[in-house]
Ligand binder design. Structure first.
Ligand code: PEP
Length: 272
């Protein structure tokens, strides 16, 4: 691998904010996360993409969508396709557990969405993660492996890397619950994810693909994840709407970004 993987902090605003207030929130957060060593992405609702894009212009912070349709155009009332996001977003979250749960998204459907994202040059954050019962019965790694194989098989491994694939490991039981995985458990899952990427034939054994943690990640616990060499940042939900939380999360991520660039000191004692 040519250098350390980028550190990425992405915020998923879910179904919060309106076009009237999203720009102001984005501007406030942007001032607090002026940290160029970290790749920063804010993913507001579709209707807030334009005001957030305008608010973030010149800040170096990217805008992402929370979903796309699996077709490019057609009779799909209420849906938004990948090409429609041109000029509005450069990233997209795919396969979030709330969409798997509420919209019945399958791995096969997510694979098609991933293809659309790659076609139009949207950088995908593919979410995977197990349910609590699956963790409790020792199936977490197998479940996540199935999700990865289901979403990635059929795509050229080179295209996935060229398209900037990012994986977010998000245990479903940790999302929005205030209960987070331990850094050590998340690292085991990140290693397992990279094992699958390697088996799927991704260039450089999948080592260039950032793996993020998501699930009740906050300024108070981000250090636990950033201390793990196999974890490259976070996908945040609730915390991403709070400027103080985002400042703490991105600030801590920046410490790791500089340490890794400076020679692989992954455990930065000073910042715990
Ligand atoms: C998410 O929605 O991807 C997420 C991680 O949510 P939260 O941080 O609120 O658990």
């Amino acid at each position: 691998m040519s250098g350390p993987r980028p550190i990425v902090i992405a915020g998923n605003w879910k179904m919060h904010t309106t076009p009237a207030d999203a720009g102001e929130l984005a501007r406030t957060i942007a001032h607090r996360i002026a940290e160029p060593d970290v790749v920063r992405v804010i993913c507001p609702p579709y209707v807030c993409l334009a005001p957030v894009r305008d608010a973030l212009a010149g800040t170096g912070i990217a805008v992402g969508a929370q979903n796309i349709h699996h077709e490019l155009a057609g009779a799909y009332t209420g849906e938004v396709s990948a090409p429609m996001l041109a000029g509005l977003a450069t990233w997209v979250i795919l396969g979030h557990s709330e969409r798997r749960r509420d919209a019945g998204e399958t791995d096969e459907l997510i694979a098609r969405k991933l293809g659309r994202a790659l076609e139009v040059g949207l950088r995908p954050i593919l979410c995977v993660g197990e349910q609590l019962v699956e963790r409790d019965t020792g199936q977490a790694a197998a479940v996540v492996e199935d999700q990865l194989r289901g979403a990635l098989t059929g795509h050229e491994p080179e295209d996935l890397v060229r398209g900037g694939l990012v994986i977010a490991y998000e245990p479903v039981w940790a999302i929005g619950t205030g209960r987070n995985a331990t850094g050590a458990d998340a690292a085991v899952m990140a290693d397992s994810i990279r094992g699958t990427l390697h088996e799927l034939g991704l260039p450089e054994h999948g080592e260039t693909v950032p793996v993020l943690y998501g699930g009740s990640c906050t300024a108070a616990n981000i250090g636990e994840f950033m201390n793990e060499a196999s974890i490259d940042g976070a996908l945040d939900g609730g915390a991403s709407l709070k400027p103080d939380e985002m400042a703490g999360i991105v600030g801590r991520a920046g410490v790791t970004a500089r340490a890794r660039r400076g020679g692989g000191a992954f455990r930065e004692a000073a910042s715990r």
